[in-house]
Structure formats: C-alpha cells, structure tokens
Design a protein around this ligand. Structure first.
Ligand SMILES: *Cc1c(COP(=O)(O)O)cnc(C)c1O
Length: 490
C-alpha cells in the first residue's frame, strides 16, 4: 500500500515515509492509493476481538510496511488498561431507543485525540527506523486545545523525539491550558501565541514551509514532523473506533450486522469525521455522516452549498476545539472525489481568495454522504441541560453541538436510523461552561463544583492540575514563532 500527495499524485511514498514527513513536500496531504475493503463477514469476525486486536487488524490494512505482530505490540501498549482504565477504550452508551453515544474520552487526556496520539509515537519511531532516518524528530504542533495535550502526553520522553506545542492565548479553556503548561517530560516545550487557532496553525505551516530553516535544523541533527491531523499516522487510528462502535452495537443486539447507522461528529479540522468516512468507504454500513459545527459554520455552508468560504467572522465559542475556519482534512476528501489537479487548484484559490466552489457534481457526491448542521453557544448550553435532565447523562460542550445537530437532522430529514453521537471530550475538561449550562455555580473550582452538582467523580487525569508546577508560561507574537522553536532546540 502506497500513499500519494493530494496535490501531485505522481508522488508516491510508503506508509512509513508518509508518517515521517507528515506533510508532502508540495504542501499536500498524504492519502492511501487505494482503500482496503472489509466485508460484512470480516466485520462480524472483528466483533469477537478486543480493542487492541481490532485496531491492529484495521491498521495493518493500511500499513503495508508494518507487520500485524508489530502493530499488535503497539496497540496493546497504546490502548492498555493503564492508559484507558474503562472496561473498553471506546465504550458505547445508549440514551434512548436509537440514540447512542460513543465515549472517546476515557484516555489519559480526556479527549478523543488520545486514540491517535497514544499510537502515533509507536508508528513514528518505528517509521524512523524503517526509513533509515537518524536525525531527531521534532514534533511541531498548533492546537485548538486538545491535540496539544494529547501529543505532549504521547511523546513525553519518547527517545529520538522532541515536541513543541503552540496554543492560541485565550483560545483554550483554563483546564486545557493547565494540562499543557504543567506537562512533564524532558523533551517537551509549550508556548502561547497571540492570536486565534488559525493564526497558530498558519504560523506552524509557515515554519514547515521554510526550506532554509529545515536545512539549518538538518545540520543540527533535527527534522520537523507533525502531530496534527494532517499526518496520516494521526488520522488512521481514528478509523478503528467507528468499526469498534459498530461491532459493539451488533454484539449488544441493537442492530443486525449489515444494518446501516448514522454517525454524528462534532467537527473542526474535519479529521475525525473523515476517519469515519474512510471506514464507510471500506465497507462499514453507514448511511450518513452528520457534520456538526458551532457558530464557526464554514463546513455547514460548504456541505449544504459546495462553496467553501473562510471570509467570515471568527467566533470564540464554548466548544473551542471546533473554532476553526480552515479545516485542513477537507483536502483529503476533495482529492478522493476529484483528484490532485482540481484539489491543487481549490487550495490555491483558498489561499489567494479565501474561497472556492467545488461545482455541482462534486457537491452532489458530498451531500450524498454528509449532512451538516450547526448551533450557537445558547443552543449548546440548552442541549447540555436537556440531556442531563432527560437522561441523567453529562456531555461536554463539543459533544453537545453534535447532540443538537443530530436532533436537527432527525427533524429536518425525518430519518430515524439509529444514530451514534461521537462524544469527543470529558465534560470536566470544560467544567466552567458545563456548570453554566446546568445553572450550577462554578465558583473558584469548576471541577469540584461540577462534580458536586452531578455526583460524578472528576476524572483522575484532571484532578490536582492546579497544584502542579507551571513549567511553560511563554507567550509569543505570530511573527516570532520560528525564533521560539529555534530557541527551544538550542
Ligand atoms: C479536536 C476536537 C474536535 C474536532 O475534531 P476534528 O478532527 O478537528 O474535526 C471536536 N471535539 C473535541 C473535544 C476535540 O478535541
């Protein structure tokens, strides 16, 4: 299995090479040359496997240069009880008939990004060996809140790697910030950027695109790699839980094998939902993917009209991990639907004019598989309150956007196919906003207040954060991001 760049499909690399480089040299993203297919029989067989075994099965189909045994060794460590103490890493919960939730926040940083970022260090360090790379990998990442911490936790003290994370100052929750600035590990660095997530992401992309800097780093024995969802090694592990969720429903007797379900995904960079779309293309019976957005509704408009237009106000919302106007992974979908030349042209238009129009035919292809809905902060809060009152189940602000979107979908389409809301973070990560939604006083200690109000214990990784020493209190201007990385590597 080889990988090609979305902007030049004549470029062909192995999985290990794709994982080591992150971004293709032409600025494109790597995508698998062909999608492996999985039959219903195989899905039924998968239903017998535990999560690490199922993960190794799925990953092996995409990673020709890794053996199943090697991958199983990785997945057993990445998804061990020590990392994911719940009965299974990705449990499913039934709220009501046909209304399900896939809990992806039982890992070490309490957000779904752990699924990819507990795995990526294994994939990457092994890929370094396979490609004969001797330089040290410097993971450089811009985060809207959850990626940063999950990447730090995954790469802390991993030999042969260093990691540096930029987050938008004021653009992440207080708990997300504390999680990052108190990170342990000798190979880690964290810095705030004055600006929003898109500023931080653009700055990181510029550093990646700086050939002179790359050359200098190389002389010093380093090369840059990415833990953002532009890296294929980040996206791939996320395909697994769509299969595991489906298998769990079949095992629980909620659906018959082969029956279609709907997934509703709270979306920002379009990584998580795209992983679901890959699962669907491989043969998982999924009727539709509902793309849920907050007030930053650029994807809602795109899926409804075929016009991507980032020329719009940027909103800071209570679901900050979805405050994004440029959803990088959409490029992979465009490539799969219309090839490298058109994708390259759309991306050029996006950077020149901030907008592109995919035209009727491509739009029709997208609208067949995706549905889009969005909501503002008031509706998000109302949904948290309603789910709590109706089901005694606590959801976070991102999951609430999806829980709202799926209800809009049901009303607007009349479709009552069993639907799974992908629950991306622990409500405790956004305790102050969740308290506000429930009408509970957050006070000085929102975690304790939320825990007391709901009678649910604060997850272990989040308790005691404020008593840990702050190791990283730096703030930089957008223009000085490169110098900050340079200094970190001195
Ligand atoms: C990152 C994140 C999202 C958005 O996921 P994408 O893959 O960027 O679309 C949604 N919810 C939470 C809690 C996140 O951390």
């Amino acid at each position: 299995m080889y990988y090609r760049s979305t902007r030049d499909s004549s470029r062909r690399v192995t999985a290990a090479q794709a994982i080591v480089s992150g971004l293709a040299p032409d600025g494109g993203l790597f995508v698998p040359e062909e999608l492996p297919s999985i039959s219903l029989r195989e899905i039924e067989a998968m239903a017998e496997l535990d999560y690490p075994k199922l993960a190794a099965e799925v990953l092996a189909r995409y990673l020709g240069d890794y053996s199943v045994g090697e991958l199983l060794g990785f997945t057993e460590k990445a998804y061990s009880k020590a990392k994911f103490p719940a009965e299974t890493p990705a449990p499913v919960v039934e709220l009501d008939k046909g209304r399900y939730l896939l809990e992806l926040f039982r890992g070490p940083t309490c957000a779904f990004k752990d699924f990819a970022l507990q795995m990526l260090p294994f994939l990457l360090t092994s890929a370094l060996k396979k490609t004969g790379e001797t330089r040290e990998a410097v993971i450089l990442t811009a985060t809207s809140g959850d990626t940063g911490k999950a990447a730090l936790e995954g790469f802390a003290d991993v030999p042969g790697t260093r990691i540096f994370v930029f987050y938008p100052s004021g653009g992440v929750s207080a708990i997300q910030r504390l999680q990052m600035v108190t990170q342990r590990g000798d190979n880690v660095g964290v810095c705030a950027v004055k600006g929003n997530f898109d500023d931080a992401q653009t700055g990181v992309k510029q550093i990646f695109g700086d050939a002179e800097f790359a050359e200098e780093l190389s002389r010093r024995g380093f090369f840059l790699s990415s833990a953002n969802s532009i890296n294929w090694g980040r996206l791939l592990p996320q395909i697994v839980y769509y299969f595991s969720a489906y298998c769990d429903y079949v095992n629980a007797g909620k659906i018959a094998a082969g029956e279609e379900i709907v997934f509703c995904v709270p979306t920002g960079n379009f990584g998580n939902i795209l992983a679901g779309w890959f699962a669907g293309r491989m043969g998982l019976p999924v009727k539709r993917f509902v793309c849920a957005s907050n007030a930053n509704d650029v994807l809602t408009e795109f899926i409804r009209t075929g016009v991507y237009n980032k020329n719009r106000p940027f909103h800071l919302t209570i679901s900050p991990s979805m405050d994004i106007l440029v959803s990088s992974n959409l490029e992979r979908l465009l490539y799969m639907l219309c090839g490298d030349q058109q994708t390259k042209a759309f991306m050029a238009q996006l950077s020149a004019e901030g907008r592109y129009d995919v035209g009727e035919a491509v739009h029709a292809g997208i609208a067949k598989r995706f549905y889009a809905a969005c909501c503002d902060d008031d509706a998000t809060r109302a949904r948290i309150d309603r789910v709590w009152k109706q089901y005694g189940y606590l959801i976070d602000t991102h999951t609430a956007v999806a829980a709202e979107a799926i209800e809009q979908y049901r009303v607007q389409t009349g479709d009552d196919t069993p639907a799974v809301v992908v629950s991306t973070a622990s409500p405790f990560k956004f305790a102050a906003d969740v308290c506000a939604a429930l009408g509970a006083e957050a006070g000085e200690d929102p975690l304790a207040s939320l825990s007391a109000f709901c009678g649910i214990q604060t997850p272990a990784p989040l308790s005691g954060l404020d008593s840990r020493p702050v190791r990283f209190d730096g703030v930089t201007d957008k223009a000085d991001m490169l110098a900050t990385v340079d200094a970190f590597l001195r």
